[in-house]
Design a protein around this ligand. Sequence first.
Ligand code: BGC
Length: 379
Amino acid sequence: MDQGLYIKSIQTILASQSEWGSYVASPNFPTYQYCWLRDGSFIAHAMDTAGEFESASAFFKWVGRTIQRFSYKVDEARLRLAAGLPMGKDDLLHTRFTLDGEEVYIDNTWGNFQIDGYGTWLWALNEHVKISGDFSLLQSLKEPIEITLRYLELAWKLPNYDCWEEHPEYLHTYSLSTVYAGFQAAGEMIASGKLNIKTIPVKALATEVLQFILEFAVRNGRLVKYFCPPGEESETRLIGNDGVDASLLAAAMPYQLLSFDDPIFLSTLKKIEEDLHRTGGGVYRYKADVYYGGGEWILLAAWLGWYYASVNQFDKAQALCQWIESQADENGWLAEQVSDHTLYPEHYVPWVKKWGPIAKPLTWSHAMYVILVNALNKG
Ligand code: BGC
């Protein structure tokens, strides 16, 4: 383990945290000057694994305040859905916010409707209280937790953008697994006796989501990247995508939708290893990825390593850790992705022209590295 990079990663995360508690996705990349619930939840979890509880707690409080600010949207969305009215692109809770917790309207085409961050923050919050022992946070966050649960209950079957902010017309297995994790986490927090929510049947909802995934998201014995909302398949609409996405690792690690030895998870993992893990290198998001040419993602390499460390395959985890360390630049910064072995090199330059050089440092990359190092240390 590179002690220097570990310390630098913690410093980079702390430097990326605003006075309000939010974490900026990347300080140097204009398009990522915001806080995403998805990135932020994993960043907070990384800080928990590093014992930096104050930072994580400040993030959860920021999430709480932000969700409360927009809770009226959940009530309005319920009325719209009940009346069969169409849902506008900004009628649901957004995926990213300014650092002080406002919605972002600078790019009106942004796919704001992404449910995964809402499941993920509940998962990360439950992990936080278990690791830090600070259960008092649950009482102060009761309202936003409840709003999130009502939101997920309402929205989980609606097609929405995936965790890479693509394919809004489908249901995404990764996103659904976060919803499962969110309901499960709420169940645990309620069972701890420190969170009093009686109106939402979280355990039953978790079971419903699990059954839905098993019924619709499994093909050829493994999880698929995305699929059509049931009943909506047509000749003009693709049935879905039966390839894998590296984010499906989350089904077992950390969301525990499937156990580590579940045959469906093991087949999914095998396909990810075969199709997306470059031998001796990093991990691609999915086979058709053209974003900046489709490079290897640091955070996904760490994620695969996190899984290996959790099942005691330390050599493999160590190899991924070393690969990540070899990708740090002279400042000790980790990028979002690296471009030495892109899947579609011809797509690299057009993205650089559009948004500038690849985001670096990417706070989420540093966070996943911290998680991996701590998983290795634990082992
Ligand atoms: C990624 C998202 C991420 C965002 C900010 C996007 O390019 O696809 O997963 O949340 O960047 O890091």
